[in-house]
Design a protein around this ligand. Structure first.
Ligand SMILES: [Fe+2]
Length: 222
């Protein structure tokens, strides 16, 4: 997985966070869905996640990516411990909120076989990931000087694999297992993820998927 120095975005627009003016190559889709799954607070989390979130709640600024990776690597919970949160969607991968702290969001992402993320970056948020169930295929992309994307590596990893991505790494996550084989992944984004850059292999144009409320955490898989 590629590594680069993480950045902490100022509280400005996504374009400002990129250090650039609005470009004709960048369009912003603002997702206004505001439904919040208040039932999430009534469910029970396993002890190691409760302890992790208590630790991470002490951070008031972006959590260093190596800290995220190290702490996620020590978790031992299984899918059966979080099955109340493991909600799937027939149409797209689903993002389920586990916990939100002052400087992060923790989500359980559920992928049916064949479901894929867009090619994307995390625009200002680092992300630590742990595979909870199934096998994930991650493809990493680089950009040519004239703005075209090309894949540099794909790797399939299984349960308990842990990694961390910096904010502007461009990648795609897929569940390409056999029909009926689910994938569940834990993601901790710091600072909380509110904007993703999404890309195409067939165009230099890219978009920003902006979520000013909670749709990223409660069901939105884009
Ligand atoms: Fe990602």
């Amino acid at each position: 997985m590629p590594r680069s120095k993480p950045t902490i975005p100022p509280p400005t627009s996504a374009a400002d966070r990129l250090g650039q003016e609005e470009s004709p190559l960048v369009t912003t889709r603002r997702h206004e869905h505001s439904a919040v799954d208040s039932g999430a607070q009534a469910r029970t989390l396993p002890a190691d996640l409760v302890a992790l979130f208590a630790e991470l709640d002490q951070f008031t600024e972006a959590i260093p990516v190596d800290v995220l990776e190290e702490k996620i690597g020590k978790l031992t919970f299984r899918l059966s411990d979080v099955e109340d949160y493991a909600i799937f969607d027939d149409q797209k991968y689903r993002r389920n909120l586990l916990h939100e702290g002052p400087s992060y969001h923790a989500l359980l992402l559920c992928w049916q076989s064949g479901q894929r993320s867009p090619i994307h970056d995390h625009r200002g948020s680092a992300c630590g990931v742990r595979v909870v169930a199934g096998s994930v295929l991650e493809t990493v992309f680089q950009m040519t000087p004239n703005g075209h994307l090309y894949p540099t590596i794909s790797q399939e990893v299984g349960v308990d694999f842990v990694c961390a991505n910096y904010d502007m790494d461009i990648h795609q996550i897929s569940n390409l297992q056999a029909d009926g084989e689910p994938l569940v992944t834990l993601h901790i984004y710091s600072p909380p993820l509110h904007v993703m850059g999404t890309y195409s292999l067939t165009s230099k144009n890219h978009e920003e998927f902006a979520d000013p409320v909670h749709s990223f955490c409660d069901g939105a898989g884009i």
